[in-house]
Design a protein around this ligand. Structure first.
Ligand SMILES: [Zn+2]
Length: 213
């Protein structure tokens, strides 16, 4: 038998909420911090390291990364979520994939915001990729996929700006060699990342200093 809960037992929680929330807003306001929401009360904001998003800095010990492999999804739309769902259905050598094969995805406004960069569980957990079709690059290559079909239209300016920022961050943070930025088609017989993808320009830039912008 359950004992009916006294309405008074809720009082302390009520009191905390009634006093605590306005107090938090007041304190936050005094310090000039951004507007306090229930979300920011419960969770500290991620810390940006050296001007880059915290999600780009994996918490796990790092793998020895040697290259960055660029891909397009060859689809009009997509997101980490939709690719993850599709890749979980794939089977290689009788084993199902863990999930999305890339380490990062850059959105095009159809499924993810245009230019949005999302790190996947493979990056967070510093796992091998499933994107290159080659053992060496799956083990030691960071897989970045841009949503879009770049045989049909080029990546958006926002996607390219985000990609530049990401690859230069990875180059610096993980000591990727200046020749380490490669298109998927350079290691496997595939049109990926598409004929309208500015691969030659990006490779040239990558070999030099980080662009100042
Ligand atoms: Zn590819």
């Amino acid at each position: 038998m359950t004992i009916p809960q006294s309405p008074f037992s809720r009082r302390p929680a009520w009191s905390v909420a009634a006093i605590g929330l306005p107090l938090a807003i007041l304190i936050g306001g005094c310090l000039g911090s951004p507007r306090v929401t229930s979300d920011s009360i419960n969770r500290p904001a991620p810390t940006a390291v050296a001007g880059f998003p915290a999600s780009w800095q994996p918490a796990k010990p790092l793998r020895k990364w040697k290259s960055i492999v660029l891909h397009h999804t060859a689809t009009e739309a997509g997101s980490v979520k939709s690719i993850h769902a599709a890749h979980r259905k794939r089977i290689t050598n009788g084993k199902p994939w863990l999930g999305i094969g890339y380490h990062f995805v850059i959105g095009n406004g159809k499924g993810m915001a245009d230019g949005a960069v999302e790190a996947t569980f493979r990056w967070r957990d510093q796992l091998h990729g499933a994107h290159a079709g080659k053992q060496a690059q799956n083990q030691h290559g960071i897989g970045i996929a841009l949503i879009g079909h770049f045989d049909k239209q080029p990546p958006s300016p926002a996607q390219l700006a985000s990609l530049r920022r990401l690859v230069f961050h990875l180059k610096t943070a993980h000591a990727i060699p200046t020749t380490g930025l490669i298109g998927h088609g350079e290691i496997k017989k595939t049109a990926c990342p598409g004929k309208l993808f500015p691969l030659a320009t990006l490779k040239k830039e990558f070999a030099g200093k980080m662009p100042t912008r």
